[in-house]
Design a protein around this ligand. Structure first.
Ligand SMILES: [Zn+2]
Length: 280
């Protein structure tokens, strides 16, 4: 049924799907348990788009408890092949203050306790046995998706930072000042709690994944003076969510109808052994 299928996906805040006039709520079961919520499918600029609220519609799932595998599997199952993953982050440099949009080209994994592969040797409930797969990850994000997002941001007069390294921490606590200074000393750009393992899991399914970092505050190690107040953070976030939505929608419209990027070839040479994967 057309209403249950989508080609593009967004994993993000729960406010996005509410904007669409005609949305179909689809509950998707997965071999890994339930995703964060139903998948909400609608249309953006003539493209079928599936929205999945990363933390659930009531925003009740903390970053370290998100079932990332179920989320990516659910999107793949409804037909999604290109995913945009916006997330709120802290800036690790003074010039990356609140309101900065950074489109990273690298990440560093500092998480500790997340299932981050589909290929862990455990048979699925249907009897499928995942193969041994070592996904290439030198360039973790889709070049076509990054280009679409960067163009969309510039078109919306929101000059983005093109490239940088997102360090993903386990959370739910924030960084200490020492950790934050260490991240900055390593040359990393932003710090968040949800950017990993989404990109890895997407690649393991042959999907395109693009990360969008909306900076909501400066991290502890670069905080100066009195720092921002909680009210200011909320105000900054609220002001930028509208811009972020605009950029997402423009980028979705601009994503290629036929993929020419390397993402879909990530599993070449491997036998995934999972139903529908790589699923082209
Ligand atoms: Zn791609």
């Amino acid at each position: 049924m057309t209403g249950d299928r989508a080609e593009l996906g967004v994993i993000g805040g729960s406010g996005l799907y509410a904007l669409l006039d005609d949305v179909t709520e689809v509950a998707v079961g997965t071999p890994y348990g339930p995703p964060s919520d139903s998948v909400f499918i609608g249309e953006v600029g003539g493209r079928r788009v599936a929205f999945l609220p990363r933390h659930g519609r009531a925003h009740g799932i903390p970053p370290h408890r998100i079932n990332y595998r179920a989320n990516l599997w659910a999107l793949h199952a409804v037909g999604v092949r290109q995913v945009l993953g916006p997330c709120a982050v802290g800036g690790l440099r003074p010039e990356y203050g609140p309101g900065t949009l950074l489109v990273p080209d690298q990440f560093v994994d500092r998480t500790a306790a997340r299932a981050q592969t589909f290929y862990d040797g455990v048979p699925l409930p249907d009897g499928s046995v995942p193969g041994v797969v070592h996904a290439p990850m030198a360039d973790p994000y889709c070049p076509a998706g990054r280009a679409a997002v960067l163009d969309a941001a510039r078109g919306a007069a929101w000059e983005p930072v093109d490239g940088g390294t997102l360090v993903v921490i386990e959370g739910p606590r924030f960084s200490t000042r020492a950790e934050s200074r260490w991240f900055t000393a390593n040359g990393w750009s932003t710090v968040g709690m949800t950017g990993h393992p989404e990109a890895v899991l997407a690649r393991e399914l042959g999907l395109c994944y693009t990360s969008l970092n909306l900076v909501t505050d400066l991290d502890a190690g670069v905080e100066s003076g009195a720092g921002v107040t909680h009210a200011e953070v909320l105000e900054v976030f609220g002001r930028n969510v509208d811009r972020l939505r605009t950029v997402l929608f423009k980028a979705l419209e601009a994503l290629p109808a036929t993929r020419a990027c390397p993402c879909r070839r990530a599993l070449d040479g491997f036998t995934p052994g999972l139903p529908g994967v790589p699923g082209e």
